[in-house]
Design a protein around this ligand. Sequence first.
Ligand code: SF4
Length: 357
Amino acid sequence: MTTRVGIPRTLAYYSFYPEWQTYLEELGMEVILSPPTTKDVLDMGIRYTVTDACIPIKSFHGHVAALIGSVDYILIPRLVSVDGQATFCPKFLGLPEMVEASVKDLPPLLTPRLDVRDGRFAPMRAWLEVAKSLGVGKCKALSAYRSSLRVGDQYESLLAQGMLPEEAMALAHTWWSSAKNNGTSALPEHETGIPTAKAEPKTKGNTDPNANGSIRLGLVGYPYAIYDKFTSCDLMGNLARLGVRILTPEMVPAKHREAQALKQPKNLFWYYSNQIMRATYYFLEKQLIDGLIHVTAFGCGPDAMVDKLLELDCRKYGRLPFLSLALDEHTGVAGVMTRLEAFVDMLTRRKVMLNES
Ligand code: SF4
């Protein structure tokens, strides 16, 4: 029988799932994803976590619990550093222990430590250890690892075209299947989702096709907060219904985000926080947005600083309107909608006034 490996559909899933899925499938495993977040999943997570944990961590525990009974292993990588500069938030670093200490009846966990500060090849060695514990030899594991990196690159390019994660994941997977079967490896030429003087932003899938596009919003936050439909009270969908065009950090190609690092007075300690700051600098510098929404989780340590820095930067760049939306398990769709509608209304009026003056 094929070994089944479960992956929780939250946190780093939004950044790395295509890589992890490819690696495990190339090793001959069956990958089982936990269901999309629902109230039941979140409630399960709340039972296993301390009250003051942030909602993404509560939700993660619920996703792990939802996999129990249907998988032989659960993959919970210990993400430390993927760029050699910043680390992930301390909760990511201790995730395997947190889960082991609180969730009952767990199957064995696969917990590769991913830290490029230990050397360029350290992540590869960690993944080879995973293969070893699954009984797969080194040659097959090396080939699977190379495949996973290629799929990861494709995924990143698709996000930069303006695709949403789940659409890009499906396409990257299809691309890999056909590349293997037909020996072709080319996706159609990629375009960036970032608008240029000639092109409008391509926000495939995240805006209503009837959107008039008059208001462009930067929607920044950790990927597991902005893209999780339940946790975010379907922010992307609701903004699309309001006829707003959305740009997220993942739509800024990595090299453009990297180039903005120089503008940071100081690099932040946390990987995702840096990505948010750099994408925002890019939006501001290129004057791509009419306003910025920062989605933050109630009780998030890193965001206590990021939220204030974003607010100050928006003020510096022509007093760009800024909205901070804090999410927790008590956040309701109606409350979020009221704030979104008021913000978009204000942006529309402001834009008319600016055009008239
Ligand atoms: S960065 Fe913030 S929201 Fe994300 S896991 Fe850490 S504390 Fe929670």
